[in-house]
Design a protein around this ligand. Structure first.
Ligand SMILES: Nc1nc2c(c(=O)[nH]1)N[C@H]1C(S)=C(S)[C@@H](COP(=O)(O)OP(=O)(O)OC[C@H]3O[C@@H](n4cnc5c(N)ncnc54)[C@H](O)[C@@H]3O)O[C@H]1N2
Ligand code: MOO
Length: 390
């Protein structure tokens, strides 16, 4: 059995960014990472723009006669002489011979004349051509993760499509004779299949939609068949359950039969001890323990970084910070623990109901608190590491 730290090191050494890129419409690009730099095709702003509602003035003095008006979208520009001004509005083009724009609050207006309360500095309230970005300049570098602002910024430059790293195709396989889909009446011994629901929700939360789902009974031959197809057809295979040591846990044996190279199996952690990570050709295979909290916890800590890295994401781990624990905690056992926790204003509270069969505390959590294997007694107000989860 290896430590969490060793498992994360091995994970890091074996995950990779895809070479596959796709060109997609900008409006579909949220959550993708740029595979090529975007060069600005235009100056932004493309023309001198007024930053205020007020008056464009032709010289730096205090009195002007107002000779016209320019609003946003206007094309015809009046020419203005030294003692003249034009009424102008935010976003409107500023005529070439204007020296500054004065906001209307700083003017007195009467009979077509304006008087300024003070003389403005040259270029005041004028956005210069290319002030934000010049034509030919790199707007966003290769490797930039596109958030909503990134999409908006590229749209301001007139960009309509972008080349991004392809997201992985993902297969989720839920194993277990006892599982039936929600919506049916439970017979004795049955439970509702929930791991695939949680995993798909978590995948969608991070913008992964190329997902196929299969369920398989605890049967060696069918497990082999289903896994073999999934491994051939997908970039990432996520299996839930059947990875422990029971007589009907066939996943490990099937992976072995399929010659999946084991990178690690069994991590000194709670939940999620029997976690398996392996590789066959370019497909990464994760076998997550079936206990629902173990499955989701392992997803956030190990699977998600592999998916984000594959997609070229510049920060592929969930953010880790520190917080002060709200009451003393004693860790039992010598495994590292990922505890469902609630963080608020720098204080972390460990929630009740930490068994790996339980999801209720997870549903209320906004973090996993990580207690390393060699830490046992944590006094109230001591700092512990937390991993933010959505
Ligand atoms: N003798 C030992 N027994 C177990 C050990 C061990 O070291 N020695 N490890 C325990 C730990 S820790 C875990 S975690 C589990 C993991 O077992 P499996 O990965 O083989 O998972 P299953 O046995 O298939 O299921 C465990 C549990 O979770 C429920 N389950 C499974 N899949 C789903 C699903 N898709 N939706 C909802 N619930 C699911 C299943 O019914 C079981 O209750 O092994 C321990 N045993
Ligand atoms: O490792 Mo298991 O998830 O504790 O029950």
């Amino acid at each position: 059995m290896i430590t969490v730290e060793k498992a994360l090191t091995l994970l890091e050494q074996n995950i990779f960014r895809t070479e596959r890129t796709v060109i997609i419409p900008l409006e579909k690009a949220l959550g993708h990472t740029l595979a090529t730099a975007i060069v600005s095709p235009i100056n932004m702003p493309p023309f001198r723009q007024s930053a205020m509602d007020g008056y464009a003035i032709a010289s730096l003095q205090k009195e002007f006669s107002v000779i016209g008006e320019i609003k946003a979208g206007d094309i015809d520009m009046p020419s203005i002489k030294a003692n003249e001004a034009v009424r102008i509005f935010t976003g409107a083009p500023v005529p070439d011979d204007a020296r500054a724009v004065v906001m209307q609050e700083k003017t007195d207006v009467s009979d077509g004349l304006i008087t300024l309360s003070e003389i403005p500095v040259a270029h005041a309230n004028i956005r210069t051509v290319g002030e934000q970005i010049e034509q030919g300049e790199i707007a966003l570098e290769k490797g930039t993760y596109l958030n909503a602002a990134g999409i908006g910024f590229l749209a301001t430059l007139g960009i309509t499509e972008v080349e991004v790293y392809q997201k992985p195709s993902i297969s989720i396989i839920a194993t277990g004779n006892e599982l039936i889909p929600p919506g049916n009446v439970l017979k004795f011994g049955q439970i509702y299949e929930s791991n695939s629901k949680a995993l798909i929700a978590a995948l969608q939360n991070f913008g992964f939609y190329d997902i196929e789902k299969t369920t398989v009974d605890d049967n060696f031959n069918t497990t082999i068949k289903v896994l073999e197809t999934a491994i051939i057809q997908n970039d990432i295979v996520i299996i839930s359950g059947g990875i422990s040591v029971g007589d009907y846990d066939f996943v490990g044996k099937a992976l072995n039969e399929l010659k999946v190279a084991e990178i690690f199996y069994k991590v000194k952690q709670k939940p999620g001890k029997p976690l398996f990570f392996g590789k066959k050709e370019n497909t990464l295979i994760f076998a997550l323990p079936g206990n629902p909290a173990a499955s989701l916890s392992c997803f956030y800590i190990y699977v998600l970084p592999a998916l984000l890295k594959f997609s070229g994401h510049p920060a592929h781990h969930l953010p880790r910070t520190k917080a002060r624990i709200s009451s003393a905690y004693t860790k039992k056992g010598d495994r590292g623990q990922f505890l469902k926790a609630k963080v608020s204003n720098g204080t972390v509270t460990i929630l009740d109901g930490q068994a790996s069969s339980m999801l209720r505390s997870f549903a209320l959590a906004n973090a996993l608190a990580y207690i390393p294997e060699d830490r046992f007694e944590i006094a109230k107000n001591q700092e512990i590491e937390i991993i933010q989860i959505p």
